[in-house]
Design a protein around this ligand. Structure first.
Ligand SMILES: Nc1ncnc2c1ncn2[C@@H]1O[C@H](COP(=O)(O)OP(=O)(O)OP(=O)(O)O)[C@@H](O)[C@H]1O
Ligand SMILES: [Mg+2]
Length: 272
C-alpha cells in the first residue's frame, strides 16, 4: 500500500463543514506494533469509509486487526501511518485535549474493555459522558436511555448487581445519551446469550434506523453481522472482502467458509 493520500481528505478548521457522506473515513491506515523480531503489522494499508447512517460489521480471524482498526478509527490509538477523518475532522490534526473532546462529543463506545465504573449506579454510568463534558442531563433523559435498553427499573443498581447482558445494555445506553455521530462496538455480544445479543443488536440497529447514527461493530458471529448493511472482512491487517446488501447469517457464514478453504490464502488455522 502506498503512502496515505493526504490531499484526498479535506482538512477541517473545526467550523467549516466538509462535504462528505462518510462519518468516518480511513485512508492508508497502517498500524505497526513493536520492533525487530517482535514487530507486528496489525493494519497493513486499510482505506475505507463508513457512510453516515449505516451499520457496518467488521469480521476476520483472530489477530486480523479488527480491534486495532476500531481503536484507530475511534481515536484511541494513533495509527503508524494514514489518516482517520471523523465528521470532517482529521484526527491527526488534533492535540490530545481536542481529541479527547471529539471522542467525548462525537463517538460512542461499546467496548468490553471500556466497561462500567463499578462504584457508580447504572444511571450514573449512563450520564457519565455528559458529566465529564460538564453537563448535567435531565433525569428523564437518563431514564429514557435506560428505558430504551429495557433497564429503567435497574437505574439504581451497580454493575456487580447486574447480569453481563444488562451491563452491556447499560454501556449501550451510555453510548446513546450523547447522540454520538458514530458508535464503535467491539464484540458487543461476545459474552451474551442469544436473547440478550438480539436485544443489543436491535438497539444498535435502531441507532441507525431511528436516529441516522453510524455504527461500526466487530463481531465473530454471522448472525450478529446479519444486522448490518455492510460486512468488511479483514485478514492480515487488510480488507480482503466486502459484502453489501442481502446480508444474512447464511450468506456471511458461506463467504467466511469460502475464504477459509481458498488456496494460498490466510493461514488455514485461522479462527473467526
Ligand atoms: N499492543 C500491542 N502490542 C503488540 N502487538 C499487538 C498489540 N495489540 C495488538 N497486537 C497484535 O496485532 C494484531 C492484531 O490485533 P487485534 O487485537 O487488532 O486483532 P483482532 O482482529 O481484534 O483479534 P481478536 O478477534 O482475537 O480480538 C495481532 O497479531 C496482535 O497480536
Ligand atoms: Mg479484537
Amino acid at each position: 500500500m502506498s503512502a496515505p493520500a493526504r490531499r484526498a481528505t479535506p482538512r477541517s478548521t473545526g467550523t467549516v463543514a466538509v462535504m462528505t457522506t462518510h462519518t468516518v473515513s480511513l485512508t492508508g491506515l497502517r498500524a505497526v506494533y513493536g520492533t525487530g523480531t517482535r514487530r507486528v503489522t496489525a493494519l497493513d494499508g486499510v482505506t475505507t469509509g463508513f457512510a453516515t447512517g449505516t451499520f457496518t460489521a467488521v469480521m476476520g480471524p483472530s489477530g486480523s486487526g479488527k480491534s486495532t482498526l476500531l481503536h484507530c478509527a475511534a481515536g484511541l490509538d494513533r495509527p503508524t501511518e494514514g489518516t482517520v477523518t471523523i465528521d470532517g475532522t482529521r484526527l491527526d490534526d488534533l492535540g490530545e485535549d481536542e481529541l479527547t473532546r471529539l471522542r467525548r462529543d462525537r463517538i460512542g463506545f461499546v467496548f468490553q474493555a471500556f466497561n462500567l465504573v463499578s462504584t457508580l449506579t447504572a444511571a450514573q454510568n449512563v450520564e457519565l459522558p455528559l458529566r465529564l463534558a460538564g453537563r448535567r442531563p435531565p433525569a428523564r433523559d437518563v431514564v429514557s436511555a435506560l428505558d430504551a435498553v429495557g433497564l429503567a427499573d435497574r437505574a439504581g443498581h451497580r454493575p456487580s448487581e447486574l447480569s453481563g447482558g444488562e451491563q452491556q445494555r447499560v454501556a449501550v445506553a451510555r453510548a446513546l445519551i450523547t447522540r454520538p455521530a458514530v458508535v464503535f462496538a467491539d464484540e458487543p455480544t461476545g459474552a451474551l446469550d442469544s436473547a440478550a445479543s438480539r436485544q443489543v443488536l436491535r438497539l444498535l440497529r435502531a441507532l441507525v434506523d431511528d436516529h441516522g447514527q453510524t455504527v461500526v461493530m466487530v463481531t465473530h458471529d454471522p448472525a450478529a453481522a446479519a444486522y448490518a448493511d455492510r460486512v468488511l472482512l479483514l485478514a492480515d491487517g487488510r480488507v480482503v472482502d466486502e459484502l453489501e446488501g442481502g446480508i444474512t447469517a447464511a450468506v456471511v457464514a458461506a463467504r467466511i467458509a469460502e475464504r477459509e478453504t481458498a488456496p494460498a490464502e490466510t493461514a488455514a488455522e485461522s479462527s473467526w
